[in-house]
Design a binder for this molecule. Structure first.
Ligand code: C5P
Length: 224
């Protein structure tokens, strides 16, 4: 059977990751969370105290960074590893969320991670979510989806997720973080977040999880 690439882009907290993971599972595809890669890079830069204005230090940090995904048998989910250590929980913390957009706008970081993402998707049969998957990483993806949702709904969902991981964060702080990330992600010089001309837009404010997963799976199946 023909295999395709499904690219899912959109603003922070629209439910891209959980939707993409479920779509991948229904299609029997591999799910790749590109945001987790930028988050792991951020954690690495924080650990290394990398000075973001020093190109040599940035290169040194990138040369000593190895990001991989491994399947967790208990949760059934892919988890992110940085230099052999499981960092899945750490990369979702507010500390990383507050720094990730600044690291993600660095050209060298993007070049490195885009190259890794293309390698991960080279055999197709992948669902990848992020900000520039349909525009930069896989401009020829057979299906591109652009997800949007009301910021207050996004913040409430993110607050619930953090709480499930044991981190209690005020809603106002999450709204601020999401809107700051939206602004930096959409206005940066390197691969800003924009909707690809041929992307299908899905507003998830009023859709429940099952509806959004099924809608994307249906469109993907028509293309296979
Ligand atoms: O998807 P998630 O919210 O985990 O992504 C975290 C951050 O990583 C985004 O706010 C953005 O700054 C960056 N990112 C990116 N390009 C991608 C995926 C994520 O710049 N393809």
């Amino acid at each position: 059977m023909k295999k395709i690439v499904v690219a899912i882009d959109g603003f922070s907290g629209c439910g891209k990751s959980s939707t993409a993971r479920q779509v991948a599972s229904r299609l029997g595809y591999t799910y790749i969370d590109s945001g987790a890669m930028y988050r792991a890079a951020t954690l690495h830069f924080l650990n290394q105290f990398t000075v973001l204005t020093n190109p040599k230090e940035i290169q040194k940090a990138l040369d000593t960074m190895e990001i991989s995904f491994h399947h967790n048998e208990d949760t059934g989910k892919q988890e992110t590893y940085l230099n052999g250590l499981n960092v899945e929980k750490k990369i979702r913390s507010m500390e990383v969320s507050e720094r990730v957009s600044d690291i993600s706008k660095i050209r060298e970081v993007r070049l490195e991670l885009v190259a890794q993402q293309r390698r991960l998707g080279r055999h197709k049969g992948v669902v990848m979510d992020g900000r520039d998957i349909g525009t930069v990483v896989f401009p020829d993806a057979e299906l591109k989806v652009f997800m949007i949702a009301d910021i207050h709904i996004r913040a409430e969902r993110r607050q619930k997720e953090l709480l499930e991981k044991g981190e209690l964060v005020e809603l106002k702080k999450i709204v601020e973080n999401l809107s700051t990330r939206d602004r930096i992600d959409s206005s940066r010089a390197e691969s800003p977040l924009t909707k690809a001309g041929d992307a299908v837009e899905i507003d998830t404010s009023l859709l429940d999880f099952e509806e959004q997963v099924q809608r994307i799976t249906d469109i993907a199946e028509q293309k296979i």
